[in-house]
Design a protein around this ligand. Structure first.
Ligand code: PLP
Length: 372
């Protein structure tokens, strides 16, 4: 039985009638830009997250940009970003002409290493962007301490962690801003690009709203230069339906992770993911470390064997951000962020989606165990 790494069609099949009705309703009303469906989704998302504001935007990438922009981040400013994350976290900083300063991550949680981050604070540092990689929160209490000590803005990149929590607080809700992505393969995924900014601060929410509609207030009167960064109503229509199912889907992801854990924990050649204390992990990804990360060979050999057996896998991410070509001018050489570099050579994510059957989970696990 082939086991794909994800299966969006399987999810659609379970909610087809609800999605089709929501989209048909939108087409009947022809209210495609902002309006009641986007408002409704924003209210429901804010209630789910427990924040005062949740602002729908056009992507997770632009959600990051809008937060930095709202804080006035500009050329000459430095922003601390973990090197082991998706490109968008650092890309947003660079798009404003500011400098991403990469720090290392922890080998267990894959999240920001605050001791390393602290060493990288300078007089120019304005913000820090912890990422909740693969679906579990970074050490947000530790981030808050560091940020308070140096008067930094905190933007939590919870693109992969909608619904995850830490010590009772939802991902993205215990700092200045949380951002989320609704890219279709995310645990809360739309029918195209989409994203969100959450905050409890009225003034910051107002600035993000202003910037995401070209700084217009009222219509055709532009107070500041902004961008066209709105969430499409068709995405909001789909996401409203999916939000109702999210907790159940996230729980199933955690069940699948438990089944994998049973097979992999304590294995000599592979390392199962570790959940940090206080975290409820939503397993956007279930990611193993294969080998010691000195080379990609053990990981690549495993992937080749899994592919032969019809079991999907993905590498998130094969290049640590400080080693990306576009950031070469920053001069962070090979060896400067050893954990991120090692992880980029050793991680592999296994099939993970709520509709997977236990038999498929076992099949994927067997294939891994037979291939290492
Ligand atoms: C950690 C992280 N940040 C930001 C983003 C950007 O989100 P989007 O693809 O919606 O622009 C992603 C999406 O892959 C992500 O995984």
């Amino acid at each position: 039985m082939p086991v794909p790494v994800m299966n969006l069609k399987a999810q659609y099949a379970t909610i087809k009638s609800e999605i089709d009705a929501a989209v048909a309703d939108l087409f009947t009303n022809q209210s495609f830009i902002l309006g009641p469906i986007v408002d409704g989704f924003e209210k429901e998302a804010a209630a789910y997250l427990g924040t005062k504001h949740a602002i729908g935007v056009d992507s997770g990438s632009d959600a990051l940009l809008l937060c930095l922009w709202a804080m006035g981040i500009k050329p000459g400013d430095e922003v601390i970003v973990p090197a082991f994350t998706y490109f968008a976290t650092a890309g947003a900083v660079a798009r404003l002409g500011a400098t991403p300063v990469f720090c290392d991550v922890e080998a267990d949680s894959f999240n920001i290493d605050l001791k390393d981050a602290a060493k990288r604070v300078t007089k120019k540092t304005r913000a820090i962007m912890p990422v909740d990689l693969y679906g579990q929160c970074a050490d947000m209490e530790g981030v808050a301490k560091l940020a308070q000590a140096h008067n930094l803005t905190v933007i939590e990149d919870a693109a992969q962690a909608f619904g995850a929590s830490r010590n009772g607080k939802k991902a993205g809700t215990s700092c200045h801003f949380g951002i989320y992505s609704f890219y279709p393969t995310k645990n809360l995924g739309g029918a195209g690009d989409g994203g969100m900014v959450s905050t409890n601060d009225d003034a910051l929410a107002d600035m993000v709203k202003l910037l995401h509609t070209h700084g217009e207030r009222p219509r055709y009167f532009n107070k500041v230069v902004g961008m066209c960064g709105r969430l499409d109503a068709i995405q909001a229509a789909v996401l409203r339906v999916k939000l109702k199912h999210l907790d159940q889907w996230n729980s199933r992801r955690a069940e699948i992770a438990k089944l994998y854990d049973k097979r992999f924990t304590g294995h000599k050649k592979i390392k199962a993911p570790v959940v940090s204390r206080g975290n409820t992990h939503i397993y956007h990804q279930y990611t193993l470390q294969v080998g010691d990360g000195a080379s990609t060979k053990p990981r690549d050999e495993l992937i080749a064997k899994l592919t032969e057996k019809g079991v999907g896998s993905m590498i998130y991410y094969p290049v640590s951000l400080h080693r990306q070509e576009c950031f070469a001018h920053l001069g962070q050489k090979e060896g400067t962020l050893p954990v991120s570099e090692r992880l980029s050579r050793s991680v592999v994510s296994l099939p993970m989606y709520p509709e997977m059957t236990d038999a498929q989970v076992n099949e994927a696990a067997e294939a891994v165990l037979a291939s290492v």
